[in-house]
Ligand binder design. Structure first.
Ligand SMILES: NC(=O)c1ccc[n+]([C@@H]2O[C@H](COP(=O)([O-])OP(=O)(O)OC[C@H]3O[C@@H](n4cnc5c(N)ncnc54)[C@H](O)[C@@H]3O)[C@@H](O)[C@H]2O)c1
Length: 265
C-alpha cells in the first residue's frame, strides 16, 4: 500500500465527478484526511460515507462557500496541507460568432474564478499556519493548446497562467502550486460531449498518440505524486496526462460544438 500522503489534510472540489471521485479514493487509500466538496450533494455524501471522509456541499463560483471549506479544515484539523481545485464543466460551446456573453461569463466563473477562490483561501490558511502546503488545480490539454470550445480553452489556459504566477509568489512560503492537464478521460463530462462511453473511447483511441483512453485513476495518480514528498522540488509545473497530445503537437482535433451550454445548473 502506498503512503504518499499519510495524514495530510486535503480539500478536493468536484469530488462527485469522475476525476474527483477517483482522486478521493486514491488519497483515502494513501491515508489522507479528506474534505470532499461538490454541488452534487447525493453523490458526494455517498462517496464521503464510503471513504470515512467529510462532505461539505459548495458551489465553487461563490467565494464564501470556498472560504467555508478552508475554514472547516482549520476548525477540524488546525491546518490545510493540500487544496485541489478540480470542479468544472464544459460550459459555453459553439462558433465565436454565436457565443452568448452570459454563457461565457458562467464558464469563466466555474473554471477560473473557482480556482482563484481556492488558491486565495488555501494560501491564506497555509501562510497563517506556517506549515507550507500544496495547491493543485485541474487544467486540461485544452489549457496547453487550442483543443476545446473557445471559453473552455481560454479559461483552462488562464488556470495555467494563474498556477505559474501564484507559484512564483508562494514559493517563499514553502507552498507549491502545480496543475494537472488531462487529455480525454472517460467521465460524465466527456460523455456529455460525445454522447456515450463508446464514443469517448473511440475519439480517444483515434486522437491520442498512444491510442488509449485515459483513466480517471491516472489523473488521481498525478495529483498524488504532485502532492507528495517525491515532488517536494516541483512547483509552477503543469503535468500533462494527455497521451502526448500537447507535447507532440499533432494536428489538433478542434472542438467547438454546436451553440449552447453543456453542464448543470
Ligand atoms: N474528463 C476529461 O476528459 C477532462 C479533460 C481535461 C480536464 N478535465 C477537467 O477535470 C475536472 C473534473 O472533470 P470530470 O471530467 O471529472 O467531469 P465530471 O463532470 O465527472 O465532474 C465534474 C464535477 O464538478 C462538479 N461541479 C461543476 N460545477 C460546479 C460548481 N459550480 N460547484 C461545485 N461543483 C461543481 C460537478 O457536479 C461534477 O461532480 C474539470 O475541471 C474538467 O474541466 C476533464
Amino acid at each position: 500500500m502506498s503512503s504518499r500522503n499519510p495524514d495530510r489534510i486535503v480539500i478536493l472540489t468536484g469530488a462527485s465527478g469522475g476525476i474527483g471521485s477517483a482522486t478521493a479514493r486514491r488519497f483515502a487509500r494513501d491515508g489522507a484526511r479528506l474534505i470532499l466538496s461538490d454541488f452534487d450533494e447525493p453523490k458526494g455524501s455517498a462517496l464521503a460515507d464510503e471513504l470515512g471522509a467529510r462532505f461539505i456541499a459548495a458551489d465553487v463560483t461563490r467565494e464564501c462557500e470556498v472560504e467555508a471549506l478552508v475554514q472547516a479544515a482549520l476548525n477540524e484539523h488546525g491546518r490545510l496541507d493540500v487544496m485541489i481545485n478540480n470542479a468544472g464543466q464544459v460550459g459555453a460551446v459553439g462558433s465565436i460568432a454565436e457565443l452568448d456573453a452570459g454563457d461565457w461569463s458562467r464558464t469563466f466563473a466555474i473554471l477560473l474564478d473557482s480556482v482563484f477562490f481556492g488558491m486565495k483561501h488555501a494560501a491564506r490558511a497555509m501562510i497563517a499556519t506556517g506549515h507550507g502546503g500544496t495547491i493543485l488545480s485541474t487544467t486540461s490539454v485544452a489549457g496547453l493548446a487550442p483543443l476545446g470550445p473557445h471559453a473552455y480553452t481560454t479559461a483552462k489556459h488562464a488556470v495555467v497562467a494563474l498556477t505559474q504566477s501564484v507559484a512564483a509568489e508562494l514559493a517563499a512560503h514553502q507552498i507549491r502550486v502545480n496543475a494537472v492537464a488531462p487529455g480525454r478521460v472517460l467521465t460524465g463530462m466527456t460523455v456529455a460531449v460525445y454522447g456515450s462511453d463508446e464514443n469517448v473511447r473511440a475519439a480517444a483511441e483515434a486522437q491520442h498518440p498512444l491510442g488509449t483512453t485515459i483513466d480517471a485513476d491516472e489523473i488521481a495518480g498525478a495529483f498524488a505524486f504532485l502532492a507528495g514528498d517525491d515532488a517536494r522540488n516541483i512547483t509552477g509545473q503543469i503535468l500533462a496526462v494527455d497521451s502526448g497530445v500537447a507535447a507532440l503537437r499533432l494536428p489538433p482535433p478542434y472542438y467547438t460544438g454546436t451553440s449552447g451550454y453543456i453542464g448543470g445548473a
